[in-house]
Design a binder for this molecule. Structure first.
Ligand SMILES: [Zn+2]
Length: 693
């Protein structure tokens, strides 16, 4: 539409050369008025606007800048709470400031945990004793933190070695079936699906004295995977609220604090160390379905002597933010987040994502100089202490719960942006369509003339979007505590140097992304998603996908549970959501067509609010039973990790419980959870419909 306005003045001027100056002046004023009016709408986010700046954003891509940011970020290891971490925070802060962005840093106090001393020796049946190498070769003496489990209690153990596979309930069941008890033993477990803290907890329940964990680090046999063993998210001393200066903190012996930490000590070891131990075990054969390194599970005869001393320390965390204020709706926020702290150098985890975030900042600044001003506000968030348990992001979410609940449109997370080849995405389902659309605009980094969308769909047999029930990155507090629609993006998975001293810049240029084109692709998707969410006059949310996804969950449950429960409440609620989603989508389509009309602002805003708030309907004030911090009844971690179900965590917990007990009360508990989920879906439907029930 723009050209017609530009051409008209020339016509007027040419056809009336002798008109009075007044007329000409008025005409020019009129034209300026029209232009301003139009221009004003243009920046308010017409599709043309989003398209234009989207193209500009993509054309400003640079693998050079991203790689230079990554090199700078990974010069030193920067574990949260250390001086190097402060330097890294300042680098990010200065980057935002230098771009002229509104930059601020929020400090939080949190209890972190560091290793002081550790030792491990194996006493073999032939009488030889061998001390295990506890760190990666060559990492000792430099400033990489020794391998440890954050928040492991200090302690020592001397006991028989026993192999427990992934250390899940079913593994202990298989061992018990062979007459193997792990009581008093030092358990050796491999890392699998269950979080570390769950593995330690399960071992303690079974009477183990200590736990050693290893992960398969193909080609990097002496790599050791550091990690946290704290249960739950956020600072343990300020559970559910922010750890701010002068704020309430619990004592170290408070039972709310104590229950976050394991009862027995644990430590990570390398695959090589594990192999050296496991190859000497006797006793029953490892079940063939375990497909494990160990041929036999023990216990013994090899004895392990293990000791660990750790220190817990209050540290200052720094979350760094850059804000681009929205021009039309400054009180609506699109958040892009990545954590900055790393166990070691963090070339993959997490600074491939940080480099992407910094490049998005650079490119957004460029767009602003070209006249772009987003309709809604955009916030770039750089979190601290994610590795210890999503602490930086969780404290911020807890402090801003109501502001986020009433104003956050979406949270877009990138942790390990690039671990290798292959695009992966997780999303809450109302964002599925947007995600797909955006990947059609971005070039696939690993082929010459294919879009990312094409490659993604051909390699994964159709669109494969994961769901965000895990607590493995900073989307967890946003979605599972605050109910903010979320996306998580990454390239590659299961990279062998995860949390080891080898996760450095040289690994990235040798294996992860030699040309940084995968970085460019993630940055493209991430930045475009935010542009659309910030600029589209009508939010690009489609709840029909949500209803379809929920229907799938209901179908799975119905197959699984048969006649044991009455699923109709959930099915009826899904139907309500589907109807509301259909209505909202029809309205949205109409408004998208009319969106340049100019007098629709309030109507758009009203519809957008319904789209934005519907996700909050899935939150429940009571939260998950025994884990009240988790408020979302559709997405959250199940308590029993052997469950492969990644939805309705409270209901899935009740199902697991029912299967163990098979009692009437188990059935009643399950039915109650079904009603809770049904009511949550209903709340979302009412919100989306925008009318009182
Ligand atoms: Zn990470």
């Amino acid at each position: 539409m723009a050209p017609s306005f530009y051409f008209r003045p020339a016509t007027i001027f040419a056809s009336k050369p002798s008109s009075s100056y007044t007329l000409l002046f008025l005409a020019i004023l009129f034209i300026i008025g029209l232009y301003t009016l139009h221009h004003h709408h243009d920046t308010a986010g017409t599709p043309g606007n989003a398209l234009h700046f989207g193209d500009l954003f993509l054309s400003a891509a640079s693998n050079y800048t991203i790689s230079s940011y990554l090199r700078r970020l990974t010069r030193h290891p920067h574990v949260a709470g250390t001086e190097a971490a402060v330097q890294t925070a300042m680098y990010v802060e200065n980057h935002f400031r230098d771009l002229g962005m509104d930059t601020f840093v929020k400090h939080y106090n949190a209890l972190l945990s560091y290793p002081a001393h550790a030792s491990l020796s194996a006493h073999f049946s032939n009488g030889t004793v061998k001390a295990a190498a506890l760190a990666e070769q060559g990492s000792a003496g430099n400033d990489v933190i020794p391998p440890y489990h954050a928040y492991s209690p200090s302690g020592s153990a001397y006991g028989k070695a026993v192999f427990v596979n992934y250390g899940m309930e079913e593994d202990y069941g298989a061992l018990a079936a062979q007459g193997v008890s792990v009581a008093g033993c030092v358990v050796v477990a491999r890392r699998g699906v269950a979080p570390r803290n769950a593995v330690v907890e399960k071992a303690a329940e079974n009477g183990a004295a200590a736990v050693l964990m290893y992960s398969e680090t193909e080609g990097f046999g002496d790599g050791v995977e550091r990690g946290t063993v704290m249960a739950g998210l956020g600072d343990p001393l300020s559970p559910g609220w922010a750890g701010v200066d002068g704020g309430e903190i619990l004592g170290l012996n408070d039972k709310e604090v104590v229950r976050r930490f394991p009862k027995i000590p644990s430590m990570p070891v390398s695959a090589d160390t594990a192999e050296a131990i496991l190859s000497t075990l006797e006793g029953p054969r490892a079940p063939s379905e375990w497909k494990a390194r160990a041929l036999r599970v023990g216990p013994g005869p090899t004895m392990l002597n293990f000791s660990y001393q750790g220190v817990k320390k209050l540290a200052t965390l720094r979350n760094v933010f850059a804000m681009i204020r929205g021009s039309e709706e400054p009180d609506r926020f699109v958040l892009l987040g990545n954590h900055r702290d790393a166990w070691t150098y963090g070339a993959v985890d997490p600074n491939s994502g940080t480099a992407a975030l910094l490049d998005i900042a650079r490119r957004y600044a460029l767009l602003m100089r070209s006249g772009w001003n987003p309709r809604r506000s955009i916030v770039l968030c750089s979190w601290d202490a994610e590795e210890f348990g999503m602490i930086g992001s969780t404290e911020w979410v807890e402090q801003n719960l109501l502001n986020l609940g009433s104003k956050a449109v979406a949270y877009l997370n990138v942790d390990c942006a690039v671990q290798g080849p292959g695009f992966f995405a997780g999303a809450t389902p109302q964002l599925d369509d947007l995600l797909v659309e955006v990947t059609k605009k971005v070039k696939d980094p690993d082929s010459d003339d294919m879009t990312l969308y094409k490659k993604w769909t051909t390699t994964s047999n159709g669109i494969n979007i994961q769901r965000l029930s895990g607590v493995d990155s900073d989307f967890a507090p946003f979605l599972q505590h605050a109910g903010v629609p979320s996306i998580d993006l990454y390239y590659g998975r299961d990279f062998p140097v995860y949390h080891t001293a080898f996760d450095d810049f040289s690994w990235m240029i040798k294996y992860g992304d030699p040309l940084f084109q995968r970085h460019v692709a993630v940055t493209g998707v991430w930045g475009l998603l935010a542009l659309r969410l910030a600029d589209d006059a009508v939010l690009p949310f489609n709840y029909l996908s949500y209803a379809a996804e929920l229907q799938e969950y209901a179908n799975i449950l119905s197959t699984l549970l048969g006649g044991n429960v009455f699923l109709r409440p959930i099915l009826a609620a899904i139907q309500e959501l589907r109807d509301a989603a259909k209505k909202a989508e029809d309205e949205a389509m109409k408004m998208r067509v009319l969106e340049t009309a100019g007098n629709l602002m309030l109507k758009q805003r009203a519809l957008n609010d319904r789209l934005m708030f519907a996700e909050r309907g899935f939150l429940d004030a009571e939260g998950l039973q025994g884990r009240q911090w988790f408020k979302h009844l559709v997405y959250g971690p199940p308590r029993h990790h052997e469950s492969k179900l990644v939805f309705f965590p409270g209901l899935v917990d009740a199902v697991s419980q029912f299967r163990r007990t098979n009692k009437n009360e188990g059935q009643a508990a399950m039915q109650h959870e079904i009603w809770r989920v049904a009511r949550a879906i209903q709340r979302a439907a009412y919100t989306l419909r925008g009318e009182f029930a």
